[in-house]
Every structure is written in C-alpha cells, then in structure tokens.
Design a protein around this ligand. Structure first.
Ligand SMILES: Cc1cc2nc3c(=O)[nH]c(=O)nc-3n(C[C@H](O)[C@H](O)[C@H](O)COP(=O)(O)O)c2cc1C
Length: 313
C-alpha cells in the first residue's frame, strides 16, 4: 500500500492529482468518480457575467489544442448559489479559480468567495487586466506583487497563484507571487499561439490568438516548473501537457508535490484516474512507501562551468 497523500499549499490532499481550471465541470462526474481526485479546481469565475470570446474558440493542433475561450462566466453570485453545493457534495477539497481585470475588483471577488465550502483560492493572474495595458498581472514581477498583496489581504484561505508562461521573467514573477503572500504557485497557464486554416485562409480561432495546451507544451512548462521550484520556498503545482502518470512523475521529480491535468481529459475522461493509478504503480515498483518521497528526487548532473549553466537557463 502506497501513501499517496501529500501536503500542498495549505491543503492535505488524498493524492497529488487534480483538474486544471476550465477543463473540468461537475458533469465529468457522469463519467468518472470525482471523489477519487486529490482536489477539484473550478473554471475561473469573474465578478460579473461575461460572454467570452468570438467563436471558434478551440482548434486542434498537431500535438495539442488552441483555445480562446475568454472566460465566459455567470458571475460570482451564481457560482456561490448554484455551483458550490454541487461541488461540495463530491467531498474533496474545492479550489475556486478567480480572475478580475482590476486589483480592487480581484480583491473584492476573493473576499466574496472566501466562505465555508471553499478549501483554497487559485488566482488566475494570467489573464489580461485593464490596469497594465491589457498585460496579464503575472507578466511582470511588479504587477504580480501588487495584485498578490491585495489578494492576500482579502482572504485567510490558502492562496494559489497561477502563473503565465508568456513572461520572460518566470523566476522573478514566481518570487513576487511568493513575496505577495501566495501559499503555492500553479505553473502554468497556456502559451500564446495561433494557427491558420489553409482552406479559408483565416485564423482558426475567432480571436486570432489563443493559448496552446496539451503534450506540445510539456517540456516548456516542465522547465518553468523546475526553475520556479528553485526560486521559491512555496510548493509549485505542475500544470502543462500532463496526459499520463509518466508526465506527472516528471513534474514530481523536478519538485512539484501535485499536478493538474487539463487537455488530456478532453481526449480521455478517465485520464486523471489513470495518472493516479500510474503514480501508485510507479511507487510500488520502486519501493516508494509515500509519494512525497519522490518529490524533488531529480538526480541532477554536476555542472562545474557556471557560465555554461547560466547560458542554458
Ligand atoms: C478549453 C480550456 C479552458 C481553460 N480555461 C481556463 C480557465 O478558466 N482558467 C485557467 O486558469 N486556466 C484555464 N485553462 C488553462 C488550463 O487550466 C491549463 O493551465 C492549460 O491548459 C495547461 O494544461 P494542459 O496542457 O494539461 O491542458 C484552460 C485550458 C483549456 C484547454
């Protein structure tokens, strides 16, 4: 028997596997027992109603998918009244994902959802905000620090910051989120991308650009998770291209105590359960009694030339 439970960002999870925000709804419970997941993470909710982006909102690509959903939302009031009871009945920690386009609006929303039934708040600081010319808060350390300090003051719940891979300063942004009071980081959201339909000569997405996710992004996000693990003292939750237990184990070896699975669930609704079972089998095969033993277990090469190391990172 392997102990799959793990401490992560202020929560004790029964196992390290949870859905990525926006890729899961309670309806998935018709296909798999959601009570087996380590936690549930909701679609990002916003203060008010939002329609979302023009269609088409998703497009398949060679080794992943593009989306420009644009966070359609029924607003916080609807979420609190309708969705929380549905999720709470599942009986695993409920993490609510939030976003807003101003710092005060974000903080108000965070305060409003900090209620019984919510185990932690994941703040999606990877979406455009109107206070910084449409850049995501997490594009820059300064804006990350400012929004995280306001969010920290707004809730006593565990606070997870979801970063964007579209910044060139992932380590500095990670440190700013930690300095601003985050209890964990989620690394990361989708990578800005686009594709073209040759028959129509139009962009495949109605919004022209969108976010790339799925297997194509795994090596990139894994590298970012690795860098973040080495930059902060809070847990880093891996999220990007995880479709199998092997993918999840790579993230755990670089130091992530938990992982989120997104796009893979669209292809295979049971993907998260397969990941849990596969992690357990790996532990059994390697004489690991508790899954925590493999977190950060990467065997790194000894690099004597510091300059070469800096160049490669
Ligand atoms: C259709 C779709 C909708 C998404 N919606 C959200 C969202 O509401 N909030 C959020 O933080 N991330 C959202 N994401 C990003 C995922 O949570 C995740 O960060 C990303 O897809 C990388 O993981 P994956 O490669 O396992 O899919 C969405 C991704 C997809 C594909």
């Amino acid at each position: 028997m392997v102990d799959l439970s793990i401490d992560c960002g202020g929560l004790r999870l029964a196992n390290p596997v949870m859905p990525a925000a926006g890729t899961f709804g309670h309806e998935l419970g018709q296909a798999i027992p959601l009570s087996r997941l380590g936690a549930l993470v909701t679609k990002t909710i916003t203060p008010g109603k939002r329609l979302g982006n023009p269609t088409p909102r998703v497009a398949e690509d060679a080794s992943g998918m593009l989306n420009s959903i644009g966070i359609p939302s029924k607003g916080a009031e609807h979420f609190i009244a309708e969705a929380i009871p549905l999720y709470a009945a599942i009986g695993v920690p409920l993490v609510v994902s939030l976003s807003a386009d101003t710092v005060p609006g974000f903080a108000d929303l965070c305060r409003a959802v900090s209620i019984p039934g919510i185990a932690a708040v994941e703040v999606n600081i990877s979406c455009p905000n109107i206070e910084d010319d449409g850049r995501a808060f997490a594009m820059r350390p300064e804006t990350t620090l400012r929004v995280m300090e306001a969010l920290r003051a707004a809730t006593d719940l565990p606070l997870w910051a979801k970063l964007t891979p579209n910044t060139g300063e992932i380590r500095e942004v990670a440190r700013a989120a930690e300095d601003g009071g985050a209890d964990a980081l989620v690394v990361a959201n989708t990578i800005l991308a686009m594709s073209v339909d040759l028959a129509s000569r139009r962009p495949t997405l109605g919004n022209v650009m969108g976010g790339l996710s799925g297997p194509a992004v795994k090596p990139i996000i894994l590298r970012m998770a690795y860098q973040c693990v080495r930059s902060v003292d809070i847990p880093v939750i891996g999220c990007g291209g995880i479709a199998t237990a092997d993918d999840a184990l790579e993230y755990m070896l670089v130091g992530c105590p938990a992982v989120q699975v997104g796009t893979a669930t669209f292809l295979h609704p049971g993907a998260m359960l397969d990941v849990i079972d596969g992690i357990e089998r790996y532990c059994e095969a390697h004489g690991v009694l508790s899954v925590g033993e493999i977190v950060g277990g990467l065997r790194e090469p000894v690099i004597s030339d510091g300059a070469a190391w800096e160049a490669s990172t």
